[in-house]
Design a protein around this ligand. Structure first.
Ligand SMILES: Cc1cc2nc3c(=O)[nH]c(=O)nc-3n(C[C@H](O)[C@H](O)[C@H](O)COP(=O)(O)OP(=O)(O)OC[C@H]3O[C@@H](n4cnc5c(N)ncnc54)[C@H](O)[C@@H]3O)c2cc1C
Length: 379
């Protein structure tokens, strides 16, 4: 078992306090496609968003600490997916900028990200392109000292709320990331779609959007390696969020089944229910141990430990799916009531197996690497 140092324990406690204080807004916020003002204000006052930016630009530590992000997301997701998303996307949307953006852009924008004055977004997915990102059709071309972005991005978290979009574009034969302030002429947003687990989300169009050349993040053609660096740092935090959601679902199940009697005794002592609760607890602790270990390793070298992060993401999100389903089952009809916490957790668990790397995409990559290792690269 991987035990957290005191600093992380105390960080997790701060995040749990925040989630608890915002619990009265959680159901409302988790139904919204736009930012919930009290959630944003609470997160802003907590100062936690500073974890998503390096200290050079107003953040908390020299470089982003994946374990810190992970324990915070674990605490926030147990309360509200909206709150978790608001926090996590500040890092996911701004990491490439912090890594390779021009000093001027970094100085202008990153302190605002750290203070949650500017909301960040990362725009990769397109209406016709999901997992197969190399098939994107959004382009960037040079025009004099400017860059012109054309295309449509889809299912973009924080669309409409974001102050900027980090946009993956095709540039000649390669791919580049372009920093596009949301207020730039030609950027337009359609809010939605409305998911089973509502999300701050929209479709973003870039209609001949002109930005200065220094808005290319890094070198031409460096887009994919920056996206990979972003995922290598933040993928494991999705696992943290999944562990937090699973724990919250189990807590609901334990509360309900120990309070309700059938056949003269608590449900928690009846039939298979104790075994289901014990199994859920076991699976959560296993996922948590792998997640903390992967996050700790990612802190040392994110890319070298990406496989472990992917394993943690798959293990924890699949665990969350099983645990929340079991929790609904042991709560009987009360697990099905719209507006109940367990119903919200049940819906919020589902997208996690699809975003930030579909689980089958990740296990496919892991399998290919495993086969290559075991066959000495002959396959
Ligand atoms: C809540 C939410 C928030 C999101 N936020 C953002 C965001 O902020 N920015 C952004 O750019 N995108 C975002 N997305 C989009 C997300 O990144 C995509 O949904 C994801 O990349 C998968 O793409 P897809 O949904 O088109 O599925 P597809 O690529 O069509 O895949 C469908 C299924 O096939 C599987 N599959 C696909 N290819 C393979 C393969 N080669 N091997 C094995 N299995 C495979 C997948 O795992 C999945 O189960 C978000 C999505 C959701 C649900």
């Amino acid at each position: 078992m991987f035990d957290l140092d005191d600093d992380y324990v105390s960080l997790a406690a701060t995040a749990r306090e925040l989630a608890t204080s915002l619990e009265p807004y959680a159901a409302e916020a988790d139904g919204m496609l736009t930012v919930h003002p009290q959630m944003r204000a609470g997160l802003q006052q907590s100062g936690l968003a500073a974890l998503c930016v390096p200290s050079q630009y107003g953040g908390r530590s020299d470089s982003i600490d994946p374990l810190a992000i992970t324990v915070v997301r674990e605490a926030l997701m147990g309360g509200s997916a909206h709150l978790d998303g608001l926090f996590g996307m500040q890092g996911v949307g701004s990491y490439a900028l912090a890594r390779a953006g021009s000093p001027g852009l970094c100085k202008e924008w990153l302190p605002e990200v750290a203070a949650l004055e500017a909301i960040a977004a990362l725009a990769l997915t397109e209406p016709e392109v999901g997992s197969d990102l190399k098939a994107i059709t959004t382009t960037v071309t040079s025009r004099g000292s400017d860059l012109v972005v054309r295309g449509n991005k889809s299912f973009i978290t924080n669309a409409g709320a974001a102050a900027f979009y980090t946009v993956l574009c095709k540039e000649d034969d390669g791919y580049s990331l372009i920093f596009v302030p949301a207020a730039t002429a030609g950027v337009s947003v359609t809010i939605g779609p409305h998911l089973i687990a509502p999300h701050i989300m929209g479709e973003v169009s870039f209609d001949d959007v002109v930005v200065p050349a220094d808005h290319r993040i890094g070198e031409p053609g460096e887009g994919f390696s920056l996206v990979l660096a972003t995922l290598a740092t933040f993928r494991v935090s999705v696992a943290g969020a999944a562990v937090g959601l699973a724990q919250a679902a189990l807590d609901e199940a334990v509360r309900h089944t120990s309070g309700r009697k059938q056949f003269g005794r608590p449900l928690a002592e009846t039939g298979p229910i104790p075994h289901l609760l014990g199994l859920s607890w076991t699976e959560i602790e296993s996922a948590r141990a792998l997640t903390y270990r992967a996050a700790h390793r990612a802190g040392r070298d994110p890319l070298a430990n990406l496989d472990l992060s992917s394993m943690a993401k798959v293990a924890a999100t699949e665990t969350a799916g099983r645990v929340v389903d079991r929790s609904v089952q042991v709560m009987g009809r009360f697990g099905l009531v719209t507006g109940s916490k367990i119903e919200r957790l049940y819906r919020n668990a589902r997208p996690m197996r699809i975003y930030e790397g579909g689980n089958e995409v990740l296990t496919g990559q892991l399998s290919r690497r495993l086969v290559r290792q075991l066959t000495g690269g002959q396959h």
